[in-house]
Design a protein around this ligand. Structure first.
Ligand code: FES
Length: 575
């Protein structure tokens, strides 16, 4: 460790190390809690930002994992302070956790800024918690290390492995088609989530945990460890020890988060067959770091990087298998020639040093560049008159026949309209139709809910149809699959072209050419737009109103306009 800071250089010294009336107050109040001068004098104060809550099953273990972190911090000569933050349970929070990602980012940044802290440990994993924590930490700029909550164990139903989300969609469709019973459905409900931890397919949680490790913000291999594995608490202790060293070394996120680090993260995303949601989050995180990553960069890198991880929903296995196969270090080792190995990480070592010697133990779970699961990357970005600023599709998770397709639209004005129509026995629909959902975007949802995997119309289920093209300005869960075209920008609520699609219009998709085209003339589209009136925001006051006013579009990462940028923030006055 190269020590660059002296105790009197610590940020917390301003609160605790000086001799005046205010610092008397800070110290006397720490004594009130039971601490003594030995606890803090000359020691880095480490804020443990913990997104544990009683209603977040993905983070159920983080309450006790914080104690493992504290043990590590104390062993290394630091002073740990746990600070609870918004938990954002993906399955519980409505209308959408995406509505609160920026809230958590603000909370993280301001918790770190307003308290006497020198470094941060960020504890999260359930979808939006990772980008929320990381965005806030980037903007604050203190040395920070991320602890991934880790995936839960495989699900089980009658000896079959079940994957979070993916098998919910699958068996819900079979139930609607009359192929499984109520009892089967109840057994699946009891077997699909067997331990604490995040979803265990390559959903948004697993993708974002891996991306954050690939960026260099988490310990090598940490994102693959199952939450219930004893390696997980040991990793937490290690992170606690390391963050203290990072404070002395003054190793801040801006030394780690370079354009090359973001390219590494996007390449890992592609090789993992990761969630489409990650595009929005990575764009937002990069912009906080002052790096102008856009959707085009994802598309460019997607053409260079094949899918190596054979994990659902694009592949066959689950995150527990991925860990036994060698985890992210092994996959990055297989991707070595495509990565910038010189990028710095929280270990104080480079990416190349961190993955050195990693081995793949099960070759059908983690493939090689010479034997990939899918020749091109996980995500394609399409553009055209229907999505002038872009939209995304996950080709690996779609029926290949839809990658080049022309069909008639069936347009739904909003979610309720869609849910009503989709169950109609007399809906005039064929498998070649294209379902279009409007008002599911950042402002229209609001909060860009995960409605993008529209249900297959009931009338087609009986015919055995399980995939068709669905287009929306919403997102879909990373656990979802199918020919779903998402994140259409600009969204329909603000008058994007999607808003003016009518049932019967023809839409053409060509994923190879990255094209999406609405076969309606410009004149007719202008006529439809002239007759349209911008709807009022849904929320008249409070956070919802602030969200509606300041949220950006999907192609820009959905950050608030006032949170973007790298303007230097003043340290709080202490008086
Ligand atoms: Fe928390 Fe999926 S619900 S990660």
């Amino acid at each position: 460790m190269t020590q660059r800071k002296r105790p009197e250089d610590l940020r917390s010294h301003r609160w605790l190390g000086v001799s005046d009336m205010r610092s008397f107050g800070h110290r006397s109040r720490l004594r009130q809690i039971g601490y003594d001068a030995e606890d803090w004098t000359g020691k880095p104060v480490i804020g443990i930002i913990n997104t544990w809550s009683e209603i977040n099953p993905c983070h159920a273990h983080l309450r006790s994992r914080a104690d493992n972190v504290k043990r590590g911090v104390l062993q290394a000569g630091g002073f740990p302070i746990e600070l609870p933050a918004m938990s954002l349970s993906e399955t519980m929070v409505k209308p959408s956790t995406m509505m609160y990602r920026n809230f958590l980012a603000m909370e993280t940044e301001e918790l770190l800024r307003s308290h006497p802290l020198d470094g941060a440990v960020l504890m999260g994993g359930c979808d939006k918690t990772t980008p929320g924590l990381v965005m806030g930490a980037i903007s604050m700029g203190l040395p920070a290390i991320y602890i991934p909550a880790g995936p839960m164990l495989r699900g089980n139903w009658g000896g079959q492995f079940l994957g979070s989300g993916s098998d919910v969609w699958k068996y819900w469709t079979e139930k609607r088609a009359g192929n499984i019973t109520e009892d089967d459905w109840s057994e699946i409900e009891g077997g699909i989530a067997r331990s604490f931890g995040t979803c265990m397919v390559m959903g948004t949680a697993a993708t974002m945990m891996a991306i954050t490790e690939a960026l260099g913000l988490a310990l090598p291999g940490s994102s693959s460890i199952p939450a219930a594995d004893s390696n997980h608490p040991r990793m937490c202790g290690q992170a606690g020890r390391r963050i203290v060293e990072m404070v002395w070394e003054d190793l801040t996120p801006d030394q780690i988060l370079t354009p090359a680090a973001f390219d590494n993260a996007i390449k890992v995303h592609m090789a993992m067959g990761g969630s489409t949601n990650a595009i929005i989050h990575v764009v937002a995180m990069a912009r906080r770091a002052g790096i102008p990553v856009d959707m085009e960069r994802f598309d460019q890198l997607s053409r260079q990087i094949p899918v190596l991880a054979n994990v659902r929903p694009s592949g066959k296995y689950l995150m527990e298998d991925f860990y036994y196969a060698g985890g992210l270090r092994a996959m990055m080792e297989n991707l070595r020639e495509k990565l910038d190995l010189s990028c710095m990480t929280v270990t104080g070592k480079t990416v190349g040093e961190n993955i050195e010697g990693a081995k793949t133990h099960i070759s059908d779970v983690i493939h090689t560049l010479n034997d990939p699961i899918y020749a091109e990357g996980a995500t394609a970005v399409l553009k055209g008159n229907l999505a002038p600023n872009g939209c995304v599709i996950k080709p690996a998770a779609a029926d290949p026949r839809f990658l080049k397709h022309r069909g008639k639209a069936i347009a739904f004005e909003n979610y309720d309209h869609m849910m009503h129509e989709i169950e109609r026995d007399d809906l005039d629909v064929t498998p070649d139709h294209i379902l279009v959902l409007k008002n599911a975007g950042p402002k229209g949802g609001p909060g860009m809910p995960e409605w993008g995997m529209l249900p297959i119309p009931k009338r087609l289920l009986g015919q055995g149809v399980r995939d068709m093209i669905r287009i929306s300005d919403g997102r879909m869960s990373g656990t979802s699959y199918g020919a779903c075209i998402l994140h259409v920008a600009p969204e329909s609520f603000v008058g994007g072209p999607l808003n003016f699609v009518q049932t019967g219009d023809e839409i053409e998709i060509d994923v190879d050419k990255r094209k999406i085209h609405l076969h309606v003339s410009d004149t007719e589209l202008a006529r439809r737009k002239a007759a349209w009136k911008q709807p009022a925001p849904k929320y008249p006051r409070g956070y919802g109103a602030m969200f509606s006013e300041h949220i950006g579009q999907a192609d820009q990462g959905c950050d608030f306009d006032f949170l973007q940028g790298k303007a230097v923030m003043p340290e709080p006055e202490i008086h």
